[in-house]
Design a protein around this ligand. Structure first.
Ligand SMILES: [Fe+2]
Length: 198
């Protein structure tokens, strides 16, 4: 590779982090916490070193597609209309395209995790309606960690929930929206390190 490094993959990651930070500081802080906890759950799930690395990067950049969502939708304090919700949901496919356009060495795997990070275990997620083990394991982990982080942090449309309330909501979703095995791993880790993502 050229030593000029203008297209060096190492340039892509910090540039995207900076872009996310400029877009929405909540998103940057949220993604830092998701990355840290996703890595711990991935280790407990015995993911390979390369998959752990992809999960770590996707944990931080999973919402990079929100760059393409209008403020009036992303920051709307009230409920979204059906049309606005469609725009919000487009962030996972936009994020996939952004990651694929980078020179990250594992761009294809990271992009796939970003595309599918809102797929639901019961098949009711988006964008492709994958179910069960059709969904990459890293995405099943990321969905749980992302939901925990979102619920325990304040947003324009809700106040932060307590750890206990968040865990009881997530426990009810284990087996439907959430992979029960990955939730069990997550639960063991978060109960040992409850301040990790607060
Ligand atoms: Fe997302």
């Amino acid at each position: 590779m050229s030593s000029s490094n203008t297209l060096d993959h190492k340039n892509a990651y910090p540039a995207l982090i900076t872009a996310l930070c400029a877009r929405d500081t909540y998103t940057k802080g949220h993604c830092d916490r998701v990355r840290s906890l996703a890595r711990k759950v991935g280790q407990a799930a015995d993911l390979s070193a390369s998959s752990l690395d992809a999960l770590r990067i996707a944990g931080q950049l999973h919402d990079v597609g929100k760059i393409g969502v209008r403020d009036s939708v992303l920051l709307k304090p009230g409920e979204l209309t059906a049309e606005e919700w469609d725009e919000m949901k487009s962030h996972s496919a936009i994020g996939e395209r952004i990651i694929r356009a980078t020179f990250l060495p594992n761009a294809a795997e990271v992009a796939s995790i970003v595309r599918h990070h809102h797929e639901s275990f019961d098949g009711n997620g988006y964008p492709d309606g994958l179910a069960g083990e059709q969904i990459p394991q890293s995405c099943r982990i990321l969905l749980i960690v992302d939901a925990y982080g979102a619920m325990t942090t304040g947003r324009p449309y809700h106040k932060p929930r307590s750890h206990d309330e968040t865990m009881s909501i997530l426990a009810r979703e284990a087996g439907s929206k959430l992979d029960p095995d990955m939730f069990s791993l997550f639960s063991g880790i978060i109960e040992r390190t409850p301040t990790d993502i607060s």
